[in-house]
Design a protein around this ligand. Structure first.
Ligand code: ADP
Length: 462
């Protein structure tokens, strides 16, 4: 039983309440208008009857009278009456007895004698009559009073109308409620469906979709929006799981290496320099672990939005010179030529430490993937309102199938080689985050054997 917490029931209730109010107002209006109209028409008949009778009044010793009844010119005996009074207020003619004992209202007679006609409703013998009392005048002299009366059908008609309202109102409301429930049911049924299916989709099983073939209306849009949201959640959860699995895997590799080395060293007594050798290797693995954990931490804090991005003036010429100087020893060690390509003066607002980190990552990668005798060039420039920072190498290049993925976390184009170089595939994802955190982007152009160019575009203040 859905009870009052069901929109369906509440909608129907509101609908019925509104309809009841409208019906009541409508019926009231009809009742009043009809009553007014009926009395107007009754009073018109009464007035014309008074005029007719006035014309056939005779006088006996100056007192008004009628010869017999006036049924001669009106066949509806019992539906109306005529009464005449002389100037003293005494009755001189009365055929009302056929309709029962109709009381005389002396005030109406007095008013008519004073020249003021009156119309009123009178009850007699359980019936209602409408009477009109008018002065009988000749040459502006009052000779007496004429009272005509008609059976008043209006209350009866109005009563019948009330009976109709009393029956038709509830029946209409009942039908409207049924119709309302039916309509609400129809309109809300898809929502119930959405709820039922949505309940089945838990965080554990985000692969399910509502996939309801609903029209493009409010509910259809809700269902589709829900599906899109689930798809995004699914994607986020999947990436999270992947990230955790990849991170654990990357952490395990150096740890396994350390454990292996230590176990071998402990297997039997050794000379001092053998221990030294083991410790050097362990130290290298620990360095790799520290770098890896550092990168993981950077990405985790970046995801959580916890890394503040400074906004300070950064001169690109200075930045590139500083970056290249830092990697010069590594370049010399690998016998790779390191060149700074001069560019126009460009200063932008950015986080200098993060930009340097990005540049060092790119230079480091370029050196790692370039054979001895090769060349790495770093430069900057302006293009279409953006500052550009680029690093080009004459190294191995990247195959087309990897190009789209090298900015993904833990993605390495050449796994064996990259790991041997100490990379975990996180460097470029950090570069991409830094570029995007500055409102910019990073892109690569490369072909195997022809070297690679990484270009970072950063928006300039307008
Ligand atoms: P890693 O730490 O393994 O270098 P990165 O995220 O920095 O990870 O790079 C991802 C992959 O992209 C690398 O494993 C490598 O295969 C490829 N790559 C990056 N820079 C270059 C480059 N300059 N030349 C060729 N391959 C590159």
């Amino acid at each position: 039983m859905p009870g009052f917490r069901s929109v369906r029931l509440r909608l129907t209730l509101w609908y019925v309440l509104l309809l009841a109010a409208i019906l009541a107002a409508f019926s009231g209006g009809i009742y009043l208008a009809l009553r007014q109209q009926l009395y107007v028409s009754l009073d018109t008949s009464l007035r014309s009857r008074a005029t007719t009778v006035l014309e056939v009044i005779e006088y006996e010793n100056g007192r008004p009278t009628l010869s017999g009844t006036i049924s001669a010119f009106d066949p509806n005996v019992g539906e109306h009456f005529v009464r005449l009074f002389d100037t003293t207020g005494a009755v001189t003619f009365d055929d009302s007895t056929a309709m029962g004992d109709i009381p005389i209202d002396p005030r109406a007679v007095q008013a008519a004698l004073a020249g003021r006609p009156t119309t009123r409703s009178v009850s007699a013998g359980g019936e209602t009559l409408r009477t009109r009392t008018v002065p009988i005048q000749r040459n502006s002299r009052v000779f007496g009073v004429l009272e005509v009366g008609l059976r008043d059908e209006v209350p009866g008609t109005l009563r019948s109308l009330l009976v109709i309202f009393a029956v038709a109102g509830p029946v209409t409301l009942l039908l409207a409620s049924l119709g309302g429930i039916f309509l609400a049911e129809r309109a809300l049924a898809p929502i119930d469906k959405v709820t039922r299916v949505a309940r089945r989709i838990s965080a554990e099983d985000l692969s399910q979709r509502l996939d309801l073939r609903l029209p493009d209306d409010e509910v259809g849009r809700l269902a589709r929006t829900f599906d899109e949201m689930i798809a995004r959640l699914d994607d986020a959860f999947r990436r999270q799981r992947q990230f955790t699995a990849d991170a654990s895997h990357e952490l395990r590799t150096p740890l396994t290496a350390i454990k292996g080395q230590v176990e071998v060293a402990l297997a039997r007594p050794r000379r001092l320099d053998a221990y030294r050798e083991v410790l050097r290797n362990v130290n290298e693995e620990v360095d790799r672990l520290i770098r890896l954990v550092g990168s993981l931490l950077t990405l985790a804090r970046a995801d959580a939005g916890q890394i503040p991005i400074a906004s300070e003036p950064v001169n690109l010429a200075g930045l590139v010179a500083a970056g290249v100087e830092q990697v010069r020893p590594a370049g010399e060690g690998r016998r790779v030529e390191l060149i700074v390509a001069p560019g126009p003066p460009v200063t932008l607002r950015a986080d200098e430490d993060l930009l340097l980190h990005l540049l060092l990552n790119l230079l480091d990668n370029a050196l790692k993937h370039t054979e001895a005798g090769g060349r790495v060039v770093a430069g900057w420039g302006l293009d279409d309102g953006c500052a550009e920072l680029w690093v080009r190498d004459t190294g191995a290049g990247i195959a087309a199938e990897h190009l789209g993925r090298i900015f993904d976390r833990f993605y390495r184009a050449d796994k064996a080689r990259s790991r041997a170089e100490g990379g975990a595939g996180l460097g470029l994802s950090i570069c991409r985050w830094i570029a995007e955190a500055h409102g910019g982007s990073i892109a690569v152009a490369s072909a195997p054997g022809r070297g690679s160019t990484f270009t970072v575009r950063l928006p300039l203040p307008h």
